[in-house]
Design a protein around this ligand. Structure first.
Ligand code: 4AD
Ligand code: MG
Length: 463
């Protein structure tokens, strides 16, 4: 007897085989003919397989007829072509073994639809629902594509530290890492005495692996990082998490145009793979979550992204005649409403904005000859807004030191980063893609808390 997944058992090629299936019951329906239908799911695909359990099974009355949603079972049986519409196969059980019951009186996931807010309070059970199973499979598919894309192009996967002493984005939104007793913090004058702390200095959870990725790019060429990053910003929005996953490619001898080309090819590859490898899940998202989900992804995969300078974008927004909550003025950061206007109203496709004012971007971005703008790029997509942030890096030592001082950073504490410019400096570029925003965009899920298994947000770290 062959052990099979539900996905395999649903395929016509399985017809005639004796198999063992294991999973969780979604529904049970008893027929007047003295047998029962069990819908079984094991996470291997969106759909269930129908198990036909005959009344002659020895435990039919004592167990099979008591199975409810959530119970776990093993089924040994034969795969047959199904006479019913919409399913190629069904499994005729020779035995049904119950592993665990799920009391319908207390089991929270009953057949009725639950709100996503309610399901967030059941993060340990929500992967058993259609939506969260589909999200988990799309998330997995995207991660696989990320590695495939970079590995096929000769990038090295490198691992930056999670605990760090430097603030990459210079925005001061870092979680502190300490073993000091907060009830009696050692002091040196008015300040905390960090020499007594675990690392002998202040340390934080990283906001980005970029600085360390630059070290490897400036030694080995093309690299990428892929891991969790942390931001202690108090943003309670549908697009912000305190812990999220970021992919950060970093490439020596890439200028900003090379960087944009890579970002565009990368996103197209991810979305094509989702359409192809998760077609059943995408059909579900298209039917139940966002009626434009599939068309949007196909559009992105086949379109050419718009490339527009920040200055042109400001001009365009000012002349648009649209009313915004936040005024558009050269030098101000663009707000989500402005980004959405560009992608949803003006162009109806992804837009790469570049050459932002230096004042609103971090110290490491390369300064343009105009002295006012830097070689930054943000990739914006409809609905979600910014999905990628990146830049060409400042490779000139003197300019980089000046930019650090302008932003009140002490060049001495970044001595190793500056060494990359002292010895064999090269033009180089990179970007960061937010994994959860990518999944949000692909699935049409409205809230970022529903595309990561265990969301961390202000005031919430359950599970
Ligand atoms: O634009 P960001 O801050 O860029 C960086 O961190 C650079 N060091 C990346 C690089 O050049 N290597 O963040 C990159 C992306 C954003 O575009 C967004 O998709 C995602 O990370 N992101 C968040 N996702 C969820 N929750 C948050 N709080 C996020 N902050 C950024
Ligand atoms: Mg950004």
């Amino acid at each position: 007897m062959e052990k099979m997944t539900v996905a395999q058992a649903r395929d016509v090629s399985a017809v005639g085989k004796q198999i063992l299936l294991q999973g969780w019951v979604r529904t049970r329906r008893d027929s007047k003919g003295g047998f029962s239908f069990l819908e079984l799911n094991d996470g291997s695909c969106f759909g269930n397989v129908q198990v036909v359990a005959d009344g002659k099974l020895p435990n039919y009355e004592s167990e099979v007829k008591k199975l409810n949603a959530g119970a776990s079972i093993s089924v040994a049986g034969e795969v047959r072509a199904s006479p019913a519409q919409g399913q190629p196969t069904e499994v005729h059980a020779q035995s049904v073994t119950v592993h665990g019951w799920a009391d319908p009186e207390t089991y929270a996931l009953q057949k009725k639809r639950h709100s996503f807010e309610f399901l967030r309070t059941l993060a340990h059970l929500r992967p058993r629902t259609n939506t969260f199973g589909a999200v988990a499979r799309v998330r997995n598919c995207i991660c696989r594509s990320i590695h495939e894309f970079f590995q096929e192009q000769g990038f090295l996967y490198v691992h930056p530290p999670i605990i760090t002493a430097s603030d990459c984005e210079g925005a001061g939104q870092m979680f502190k890492v300490t073993t000091l007793d907060l009830a009696k913090v050692p002091q040196q004058g008015p300040a905390v005495d960090h020499t007594q702390d675990f690392f002998g200095r202040p340390t934080y959870l990283t906001v980005s692996g970029q600085l360390e990725a630059e070290i490897f790019a400036c030694s080995l060429g093309k690299v990428y990082t892929f891991g969790p990053t942390f931001r202690a910003e108090n943003s309670n929005t549908s697009r912000h998490l305190a812990e999220f996953w970021m992919v950060e490619p970093e490439m020596a001898f890439f200028d900003l145009t090379d960087n944009m080309d890579l970002a565009e090819a990368f996103l197209k590859r991810i979305f094509r793979d989702v359409l192809e490898r998760c077609s059943e899940d995408m059909k579900f998202f298209n039917e139940r979550i966002d009626q434009t989900a599939i068309a949007t992804l196909e559009g992105v995969a086949n379109s050419q992204f718009v490339r527009l300078s920040y200055t042109e974008a400001v001009d365009l927004l000012q002349k648009s005649g649209a009313t915004f909550e936040f005024p558009v003025a050269w030098g101000n950061d663009l707000q989500a409403e402005h980004e959405r206007y560009l992608t949803e109203q003006t162009f109806k496709k992804p837009v790469i904005l570049f050459d932002y004012p230096s004042k609103i971007k971090p110290f490491y971005m390369r300064v343009n000859d105009d002295g006012k703008t830097v070689r930054a790029m943000d990739v914006l997509v409809p609905r979600v807004g910014e999905i990628i942030g990146g830049s060409q890096r400042e490779e000139r030592l003197d300019v980089l030191e000046r930019r650090m001082r302008e932003q009140n950073l002490n060049p001495e504490s970044y001595w190793w980063y500056l060494d990359l410019r002292r010895y064999g400096t090269v033009p180089h570029s990179g970007f960061g893609l937010g994994l959860e925003r990518t999944i949000q965009f692909a699935t049409g899920m409205a809230n970022i808390r529903d595309v990561i298994p265990f969301p961390r947000t202000p005031g919430s770290a359950d599970f």
